[in-house]
Design a protein around this ligand. Structure first.
Ligand SMILES: [Zn+2]
Ligand SMILES: [Zn+2]
Length: 241
């Protein structure tokens, strides 16, 4: 049954798929694969290879993430994957798509250059932290139909998306707006090395995430309520202070 979860219509989201088989990195292609093979640019191939390796599969959403990340780099005139922290990316959903973006841009949670705005949307905003230039990118509404035109011998829509997304011109695949952030990026990034102790629970708070109530620093859990409730404490010292 076709779902509205369009990019994974024919096969499940994470159908196991030989990493980068469509871009021919790992193994010789069978004749059937050759028949609907597409040749993506070396930069796209490299990013897809990395995204697929971290996931053990390659799917259309990873391709979308890769294409968005590479387009953003082009628009920002920056080289990717970055080895510094110049590009900061807000992804509007998690999953395979976010891995494609991470592979293409080098932005990562671990580098504090990737942030999830959990809107459930396959979209992302890429910011040049030095200039403030920012672009929000999302898939064109027609991208699935257009993909089929770029992968005419694909056996199904999923495969047409997987292949077509790799080679379509960015302007047919994606939509893009120049945007201005309404959040304070400097505050989101915070000052490295700053630590505060929560007056409620005694735990350490990094990155200036404390909330001041009457001048008293509190973690968000103590200030606004936590997303967990304690059932029992296990180790000595695990009890709330
Ligand atoms: Zn996937
Ligand atoms: Zn606390």
């Amino acid at each position: 049954m076709p779902s509205k979860d369009c990019h994974h219509e024919v096969e499940p989201a994470c159908a196991l798929y030989a990493p980068a088989a469509s871009v021919g990195i790992h193994r010789a292609r069978t004749f059937e694969e050759e028949a609907h093979q597409v040749i993506a640019s070396p930069q796209i191939q490299a990013a897809l290879h990395q995204a697929a390796a971290s996931h053990k599969h390659l799917c259309p959403r990873q391709v979308l993430g890769v294409r968005m990340g590479l387009l953003a780099a082009e628009l920002l005139h920056l080289d990717v994957p970055q080895s510094d922290k110049r590009i900061y990316t807000f992804v509007e959903t998690d999953g395979c798509f976010a891995d494609g973006i991470a592979a293409a841009t080098g932005c990562a949670l671990g580098h504090r250059t990737l942030r999830l705005m959990d809107y459930g949307k396959v979209a992302a905003t890429f910011v040049d932290t030095r200039t403030g230039d920012a672009f929000r990118i999302w898939p064109s509404q027609q991208c699935r139909d257009r993909a089929a035109q770029y992968a005419p011998s694909a056996p199904n829509r999923w495969r047409a998306q997987l292949d077509g997304y790799q080679v379509m011109p960015a302007a047919e695949l994606l939509c893009v707006s120049a945007v201005e952030l309404t959040v304070n990026l400097a505050a989101l990034i915070g000052k490295p090395g700053v630590r505060t102790t929560c007056s409620g629970c005694g735990e350490e708070i990094l990155n200036q995430r404390e909330i001041l109530r009457d001048g008293v620093p509190l973690c968000r859990a103590c200030a606004d309520g936590s997303y967990v409730r304690i059932q029992r404490s296990l180790f000595p010292g695990s009890d709330p202070t």
